[in-house]
Each structure stands twice: as structure tokens, then as C-alpha cells.
Write a protein that binds this ligand. Structure first.
Ligand code: NAD
Length: 499
């Protein structure tokens, strides 16, 4: 059982360091104190970078088989402790215990196992050079080196696993900076990695504020890559800051994802999918389907079913298994949701439905699941990411207009298409500027499928083989085995006369 007064600090070189500034974390569910955390100083972050730097060369020399075995052991430990992890994630984020227990933690374990068993990634492969018979090439996938992994607060453990597992598999070492709001499960993960047998310095975690610790990671010449998940604005800052040392940067950023519902959909299925798309984790998911694009002919019927179904969702304490609605993870985010919705209303949007939240504990951070109608694509609520339980409803007449509206966003992370006409679904999906498109589905993700954004939603991919390759740099070795007469042709370019 994790005690509520547990004290956390940075995890560096397989040891907990209780240094830095002490902070008390409170529960978004009811405001009670849940843990004390020492936020790392810049100096501690540099110590973590040094530890990762020193560990990198020996770690890169271990075999893929050894690294996979350790990832598998880590998955086993998480499995044994899955209830504790779920409780801790719910306590720290305010998400419902059902979601932690049946989604966040099992997915983190499954995805660790995916990388432990992944069989497509090879550290090298052979090629031939068609222009140069008699030669051959070896392509090596070398690790990047030290990776700085910066993680947001909405799905803390899973987002950490998405970076840590492929980076370690490819032979990198890491310094992870979880969000200052939700560092607990990433810190537990690093301790469990040490228990599993990962050598010291391979996985380090420094909790603290991004603005303060971010610079230590982005400016260090010992860090070769930043893998960032968070808002588009912070992503831009990180890209700027990383440019001085020419770091590789991957960015998983925000979204304003459309759920496109055609009149020929299976209505009840689409209603469930649209509600799931926006209200899972109270809309605090990057790919949340926050724009409902609904075909005008079924708009009224569809929206009235949304309201009926929404009224059945249960508010309450997120740690109660009966509760359906997650809290908002931090006060800044709640204020931001309130501000954006107020601005939307000022610009002409109407509150079509707002759920009664009187069953939620007092002292907690809650925002009622909300449907906004009369939204247009140029309104703040029609184009910017709210990152909360707010669905903006817009209407379209035909397929062409639906695609145009969907693609009018500066974001391109995810989309849903709902229709019984499979050919139409596929045609529409192929025209969407979006890293992921679900057809008659939403949110389901596979560790084998790369995910990431088009446009302002990011650069690079996580998960799948593509996700592993992000953590590598390619070395080409050109081998002239002495069996060709290329030299004469090539060197003749600068030696025209006698040798
Ligand atoms: P955020 O950008 O405020 O913070 C993300 C992380 O960056 C945190 O750890 C924060 O401390 C750190 N940070 C902040 N400023 C920094 C700086 N200058 N240098 C280095 N690090 C810094 O985002 P958030 O509010 O924690 O998370 C919500 C956002 O994340 C949403 O926009 C959401 O869409 C996005 N997100 C994207 C994905 C994806 O896969 N595309 C997944 C989850 C969340």
C-alpha cells in the first residue's frame, strides 16, 4: 500500500535524492495532500545528465536480447504492483480509478511487453549499391546517446513508458522530466527499473517545473535528443532552445481532433464513440475528439441522444469504481477551460448541455461535461485546444464540406469517421491531414502502430517500429571488398594523367 505521506525526490544513478525544493502535491479529487516531492534543482538535473552520459556507452554495448529481457522484467514488476500504480495515478491526476485500472496501467504494461518482444527492429542491415557492383553497405542504427524525455500530466505513466521503452531498447540512456503536477508514477517506474536490474544511470528521473529544468536538458551538449510530449507552444520553445546544440527533437503536441459523423452511421454506436472520444479522462487527452462535425440531416436527433446519454454518466469521487467523470488534473487547466468556454460564449457559442456535478467531492477540481452548439471554425472554441470535457458541435452538408472543415484546423493529430459506407470512410480517412484516423472507432491504440501529428500537432512518431527508429541515428558503412575496378573510374576524376 502506498502511504499518503510518501516522500519523493529525484532518481539518479539508481538512488533517490531528497534534495531541491520541497513541494506538497494535492489531490485534484478533493484537495487533500497526497505526497511530498523534492523538485530537482538545475544542478541536480546536470548530475542526472552526467549519470546518463556515463552509463550510455556500456549500455549501448549490451545486446538487444539483454535489453529486452530487462524490459520484460520491468513489465512483470509493474504487473505485480498494478493496483498500487492505478491508485497512485488516480490520486495524482484525478482520473477515475476505472480508467487507471483498466486502461492507463494495463496499457503501460502491455506496451512495455511490446517493446520487450518487438522483433522487427535490428541494429544493422545489409544493402547493395546498385551503382557500384562489387561493393556492399551496412546500415547501422546507432543509439542517439542521452535522451531528455519531457512528459505531460494527463497520462503520466503511459507517456513515460512510450519514451523510456523504445529509447532503452535502442541503446540510449535517459533523463526523464515528468510534469511537476504528476511525477509520482514516473518516479515509481524508475525505482522499479532499478529493481528489475537496469544498470545505474540508465534511467534517471528529475521532477520539477519545465521552465526551470527544461533549460538544463535543452541546453546541455551531453543530451543528444529531446523527446517531448506536451502543448504546441512549449514544443515551439523546446525546438528553439534545442537549436543551439543541434539536438534531434521529436514533438507530440496538441490537437483539435474532428469526429466526423455521416447521416448513414450506426447512430447509437456513433453516439457512444463521440462521447467516449471527448469525455474519456474529461477531455484531457491530446487526441480527444473535441470537434463534432455532424451531417445536418441528423444533427437534432444525434445531439438529443448525446444529451440523454451524458445525463447518465455518474459524477462522484474518481477513486470510487462507480464514477464515470474524471477530475481536472490541475487548477491552471481548470481556469483555462473556464476562460476558453466563456470566450466561446461571448463570440456566439451556446451551451447546449452542461452536466450537473453536485455529486463530486467538494474541494476538488471539476468541470462539467459540456456540449457547445452554434460553434463556427473561426471561434476560439472551434479551433483551439481546450483540453477539457467540452465538445464543440459544428454541422456540414456533404462529404466535401466535412473534409474541408476537418482539415481547416492548424492541428492534425487524430480524427474519427462514422458511417456504414466503408468505401466512403476509407476515402474520407485518406484525405484527412491527420496522424491517426479511426473508422467507426475512437481512442483505441496499438503499440505496433506509430502515432503522431501532422501540421502543428508535431514532428516524429511514437510506438511501432517507426517509434523505435526515432531513437536511433543511421550510420552507413561503404565496403569495397577489392573486387571491383571502381577506383580507376572514381579516382580518374582528379587524376587524368599517369600515376
Ligand atoms: P506543457 O507543454 O505545459 O508541459 C509538458 C511538459 O513540458 C511538462 O513536463 C512541463 O513541465 C514541461 N515544460 C514546460 N515548459 C518547458 C520548457 N520551457 N522547457 C522544457 N520543458 C518544459 O503541456 P501539459 O499541459 O503538461 O500537457 C497538455 C498538453 O500536452 C496538451 O496540449 C496535449 O494535447 C499535449 N499532449 C500531446 C500528446 C501527444 O501524443 N501528441 C499526448 C499527451 C498530451
Amino acid at each position: 500500500m502506498i502511504s499518503r505521506d510518501r516522500i519523493y525526490g529525484s532518481f539518479i544513478g539508481n538512488e533517490t535524492v531528497l534534495e531541491g525544493t520541497e513541494n506538497t502535491l494535492t489531490s485534484p479529487a478533493d484537495g487533500s495532500a497526497i505526497a511530498r516531492v523534492f523538485f530537482a534543482t538545475n544542478e541536480l538535473a546536470r548530475t542526472a545528465i552526467d549519470a546518463a552520459y556515463d552509463a550510455q556507452d556500456p549500455w549501448s554495448k549490451t545486446s538487444l536480447k539483454q535489453r529486452k529481457a530487462l524490459l520484460g522484467k520491468l513489465a512483470d514488476i509493474l504487473q505485480e504492483r498494478s493496483e498500487e500504480y492505478a491508485m497512485l495515478e488516480t490520486m495524482n491526476t484525478g482520473k477515475t480509478i476505472r480508467q487507471s485500472t483498466f486502461m492507463d496501467i494495463p496499457l503501460a504494461i502491455e506496451h512495455l511487453r511490446y517493446f520487450a518482444n518487438e522483433h522487427e527492429f535490428r541494429v544493422k542491415r545489409r544493402i547493395s549499391h546498385p551503382e557500384f557492383p562489387g561493393t556492399m553497405g551496412e546500415i547501422q542504427y546507432a543509439p542517439m546517446g542521452v535522451v531528455g524525455a519531457i512528459v505531460p500530466w494527463n497520462v503520466p505513466l503511459l507517456m513515460t513508458v512510450w519514451k523510456v521503452a523504445p529509447a532503452l531498447l535502442a541503446g540510449n540512456t535517459l533523463v526523464v522530466k515528468p510534469s511537476s503536477y504528476t511525477p509520482l508514477t514516473a518516479l515509481e517506474l524508475s525505482k522499479d527499473a532499478a529493481r528489475a536490474g537496469f544498470p545505474q544511470g540508465v534511467l534517471n528521473v528529475v521532477p520539477g517545473k519545465g521552465r526551470e529544468l527544461g533549460a538544463a536538458l535543452t541546453s546541455s551538449r551531453k543530451v543528444n535528443m529531446i523527446s517531448f510530449t506536451g502543448s504546441t507552444e512549449t514544443g515551439q520553445e523546446i525546438m528553439r532552445e534545442s537549436s543551439a546544440s543541434i539536438k534531434k527533437v521529436t514533438l507530440e503536441l496538441g490537437g483539435k481532433s474532428p469526429n466526423i459523423v455521416f447521416e448513414d452511421c450506426d447512430l447509437e454506436h456513433a453516439v457512444s464513440g463521440v462521447l467516449f472520444g471527448i469525455f474519456l479522462n474529461s477531455g484531457q487527452l491530446c487526441e480527444s475528439g473535441s470537434r463534432l462535425l455532424i451531417q445536418r440531416s441528423i444533427r437534432d436527433r444525434f445531439v438529443s441522444r448525446l444529451k440523454e446519454r451524458l445525463s447518465l454518466m455518474k459524477a462522484g469521487n474518481p477513486s470510487d469504481f462507480e464514477t464515470d467523470v474524471s477530475a481536472i488534473t490541475n487548477r491552471e487547466q481548470k481556469n483555462r477551460i473556464e476562460r476558453m468556454v466563456e470566450e466561446g460564449i461571448r463570440s456566439g457559442a451556446e451551451v447546449e448541455y452542461s452536466k450537473n456535478m453536485s455529486d463530486s467531492p467538494s474541494g476538488g477540481l471539476y468541470y462539467p461535461p459540456t456540449l457547445l452548439s452554434s460553434v463556427t471554425p473561426d471561434m476560439v472554441v472551434g479551433k483551439e485546444e481546450i483540453f477539457g470535457p467540452v465538445l464543440s458541435i459544428m454541422e456540414f452538408s456533404d462529404e466535401e464540406e466535412a473534409i474541408r472543415m476537418a482539415n481547416s484546423s492548424r492541428y492534425g493529430l487524430a480524427a474519427g469517421v462514422w458511417s456504414r459506407d466503408r468505401v466512403k470512410c476509407h476515402r474520407v480517412a485518406s484525405k484527412l491531414q491527420s496522424g491517426t484516423v479511426w473508422i467507426n472507432e475512437y481512442h483505441l491504440l496499438s503499440a505496433a502502430a506509430p502515432r503522431g501529428g501532422f501540421k502543428d500537432s508535431g514532428i516524429g512518431r511514437e510506438l511501432g517500429l517507426e517509434g523505435i527508429l526515432e531513437y536511433t541515428q543511421t550510420r552507413h558503412i561503404f565496403i569495397n571488398a577489392g573486387e571491383s575496378d571502381l577506383d580507376e573510374a572514381a579516382y580518374g576524376l582528379i587524376f587524368s594523367g599517369e600515376k
